[in-house]
Write a protein that binds this ligand. Structure first.
Ligand code: G6Q
Length: 575
């Protein structure tokens, strides 16, 4: 029996039929994988490599400059064949086609999922509700390019005639993480005469620190919000408006030169006071976490320029085409997605570490956390039935080599199985002495050490005293993927992001979840809206939360000098 099946017994097929569950755990491939896992779970990577001297070359695939070595995974050819069978039985091919066709696969929001249209070439046709969206996509891109050229070239000036030297993107979640990650990733290509800052948190410190050394006369603010109603973004945008006006002598007409919006909601943009002529639109078929290549990427385009932004889109598109057309056995996102399922559901692995050996990708793990966990952190199937197997694993990580001096200890010698994705580049953008060879030596060393470890005999042979041997043993058999990319270019970043987007899609299709909604973020938001007036009211509010929440609110109010802690209602819910 597998660890996963020990933890959660498989529901009877009859129940699945009754509830309409799509029956992942009843599929022939799933059952075959369970049995197969039982047989090979103790196989060691040492053995697998010894048995097949060419394993490191055969279990690798290259796609347009991205080389994926997946040989250091606990798999055999049969595992791959069964995982492919699982993909076929799960209708992955049909799901991919449904997405590209513009079907409303985000059923709980009744929306199509067409981020692939954002990088379609000008002549392409992608239909949504009876019309081709590609011309609209390119019309927005052209407007963005024209605007970016004017700002970068100095033709777009601030209200007092000064050149724009600072750009602040205000947004959160999908309207922040992609832009920050892309800016950091492509900083090498950015116009260094412009400073970029990103404000997301409702914590005022975020805004205060972002603007403390900036001059409002030289600052352009991009308010990025699909809905233009998000609490954090609108609060920060209002604060930015006050800050901007205070530096521009309160002249309201200055707003037009210092604020632009990226949104789907023209009405709210206008109500906020931003001229809709300065608004860059996108569409409800672009999910927030899939939007960094839409107008939400305006800050990216301002940083690297329109040509490089388009090169990034070309990279995305190459991976899209590969995902759509390559056979599953040579399909990078499919392979990575299926391997994630293999460890998640059959080995019971709870996390995946993403370890970029590239300082410019320092925000990539944070970006992926949203992409992966907001997409596949779901407990019900598309049809609403409660799932009886685990879905999205926890993604986390830090750039190497820094992580090696902290949490790698647990990956090497801890008790948990943590599959790792190592990401490295053949050429560095900052060739300094021997740094890059040393960096890459560390990537290769880590994957080697994780896979093959060091046996007690090997430790003893080094003259280690017996009592110390167990502490110095590396069991090995820790799986990893290595993504070796030529150079971190805009196109390479596009390919890498699309690779993970489609890996997430693959995983979601296997698990039968809707990877494109995010209802799990709603409850906390609604409760916060209820609590805000309870914190702010001058009069002690009548609190109807549980006793813990009530006590926390009272304590906060008391310490802020807002009320007598003993006053007010003691009505509690839930004890
Ligand atoms: C992403 C989510 C979420 C969203 C933010 C910001 O997929 O939907 O992270 O991007 O809540 O939303 P707005 O862009 O509407 O402000």
């Amino acid at each position: 029996m597998t660890k996963a099946s020990q933890r959660r017994p498989r529901a009877p097929a009859a129940r699945e039929r009754a509830t309409g569950v799509l029956g992942l755990t009843s599929l022939p491939a799933w059952n075959a994988l369970e049995k197969h896992h039982d047989r090979i779970k103790d196989l060691n990577l040492r053995q697998l490599f010894a048995e097949d001297p060419k394993r490191g070359e055969t279990l690798a695939v290259e796609m347009a400059g991205i080389y994926l070595d997946y040989s250091k995974n606990r798999i055999t050819p049969e595992t791959l064949q069964l995982l492919n069978q699982l993909a076929r039985e799960s209708g992955l091919k049909e799901r991919i086609e449904a997405m590209f066709r513009g079907d409303k696969i985000n059923v709980s929001e009744n929306r199509a999922v067409l981020h692939v249209a954002l990088r379609a070439p000008p002549g392409a046709s992608i239909m949504h509700d009876g019309h081709n969206v590609v011309p609209e996509v390119h019309a927005v891109l052209d407007r963005m390019a024209e605007f970016a050229d004017r700002v970068r070239g100095g033709a777009w000036k601030g209200h007092t005639g000064k050149r724009i030297r600072n750009v602040i993107n205000i947004g959160i979640g999908g309207s922040d993480l992609g832009p920050v990650m892309a800016y950091e990733a492509l900083k090498h290509y950015s116009d260094r005469r412009i400073r970029f800052r990103f404000v997301s948190n409702i914590d005022g410190t975020d805004f205060a620190e972002a603007v403390r050394d900036l001059d409002p006369e030289e600052t352009l603010i991009i308010v990025s919000s699909k809905t233009f109603t998000t609490l954090e973004t609108m609060t920060n945008a209002r604060t930015a408006r006050t800050w901007s006006l205070s530096g521009l002598k309160g002249d309201e007409s200055a707003i037009a030169r210092h604020f632009v919006a990226v949104s789907t909601n023209a009405q709210e943009v206008a109500e906020f006071g931003i001229d809709t002529a300065n608004m860059f639109g996108f569409w409800d078929w672009v999910g927030g976490r899939y939007s960094m290549d839409s107008a939400i990427g305006l800050s990216t385009m301002l940083a690297i320029g329109p040509d490089k932004f388009r090169a990034m889109l070309d990279g995305f598109r190459e991976m899209d085409e590969h995902f759509r057309s390559a056979p599953f056995e040579r399909n990078l996102p499919v392979l990575m997605g299926l391997l994630a399922v293999w460890y998640n559901n059959f080995f019971g692995a709870q996390t995946v570490a993403v370890l970029p050996y590239e300082q410019y990708l320092k925000r990539f793990p944070a970006y992926l956390q949203q992409l992966t966990m907001e997409s596949n952190g779901k407990h019900v199937a598309i049809n609403g039935a409660r799932l009886n197997y685990d879905t999205g694993p926890i993604y986390w990580g830090e750039p190497g080599t820094n992580g090696q001096h902290s949490f790698y200890q647990l990956i090497h010698q801890g008790t948990r199985l943590i599959p790792c994705d190592f990401i490295a580049f053949v050429r560095t953008l900052n060739p300094l002495a021997r740094h890059h060879d040393m960096l890459l030596a560390n990537v290769f060393a880590q994957t080697e050490a994780l896979a093959f470890g060091k046996t007690a005999a090997e430790v003893q042979a080094e003259g280690t005293p017996d009592w110390l041997v167990p502490h110095r043993v590396f069991e090995g058999n820790r799986p990893s993927n290595t993504l070796l990319v030529e150079t971190l270019t805009p196109a390479a970043l596009g390919k890498l992001v699309a690779l993970y987007e489609h890996s997430v899609f693959t995983q979601g299709a296997i698990w039968r979840v809707n990877s494109f909604d995010q209802w799990g973020v709603e409850l906390g938001k609604a409760l916060a809206q209820r609590i805000i007036p309870e914190l702010e009211s001058a009069k002690e509010p009548e609190l109807r939360h549980d006793s813990s929440t009530n006590a926390l609110i009272r304590r906060y109010r008391k310490l802020r000098g807002r009320s007598d802690a003993l006053a007010g209602s003691r009505t509690s819910r839930g004890g």
